[in-house]
Ligand binder design. Sequence first.
Ligand SMILES: [Cu+2]
Length: 353
Amino acid sequence: MVNFILGLIVCLILIIAFMLFRVQTIVSIVKGHPRVGFSNKVNAALMLILPIAGVIAAGWYSGIAAKYYLPEAVSIHGKQTDFLFWVAIYIIVAMFLVTNAALFYFAYKYQYKEGRKVTFFYDNAQLEMVWTAVPAIILTVLVLWGNKVWWNMMSIPEDQKKQALQIEIMGKQFGWYTRYPGKDNKLGRYDFRLIDEVNEFGLDFEDKASEDDFMPKELHIPVGKPVVLNVRARDVLHSVFAPHFRLKMDAVPGMRTQFFFIPTKTTAQMRAELGKPDFNYEIACTEVCGKGHFAMKYIIVVEEEKEFKKWYAEQKPFLENNPEYRGKGMKSLLKKNLADSEKNKKQKELAEL
Ligand SMILES: [Cu+2]
């Protein structure tokens, strides 16, 4: 209520000020003075006050908004993208300030004065050259640099491809499921037709590479080592978003997407730096994927290589917990389906007789 009354008062003051200016203008016209009088000076002064007030307000709000910025980047490409981002922002802000300062200052400086005449020039090739060339050079540098950073992020260098840890992450309404390749560092084959309530990933256990695959409850990765996330979705579009690693990749049904990154700080280091002993890196889903979308949180644990290896060795393959799946795969499923359909066909024929 108080805000409403305050707003009303401000509106009334503005309306009264506007009416006063109108009256003053009409009076000066009646008196035979030129149309531009005091209000011309007020407008000119406002041309200086407005941008200065605007810059102060924007500076003040940037301080408040800083807490909504992305957290510190803890991946190699994350640092590169952040640097590029801030260089671009500083250039944009500097250009904005310079051009707008000129715009408002000129409006002030060349306010109406009796007897002053405008200078008319048709064209100025030098000016055109400068304001075409300067932005063109700056934009070319930013685009080429951005392109380099983009390809650094999206392509996996050959030497790191072999030693990279391959992890699969699957989005499903509503949670994330991860799979590690086990000792052979090779993720086994899968097929959606093999999915059931236990075999969530639809793993094909006729493929030897599937036999040692394991599915932990958290994503563990070693610090300073390349990691490849193989992303897929089981039902609708999801999106893997881990802001600390500047990692974001859509999980698309029926299509594998990939994200390559190298973490640079362990969870323990981050906890010590922030003074938050319960801090965790996490993944959130950034695709509005249904009612339980908010629940798609998954913890990432970054640890020293030694700890990671120890954890890795302790994990039990899926087959060890579910031995009844051993040897079950696409071939046997297709054979079974074929036999079933033949049986059905025969039964149908018998029924028709
Ligand atoms: Cu989702």
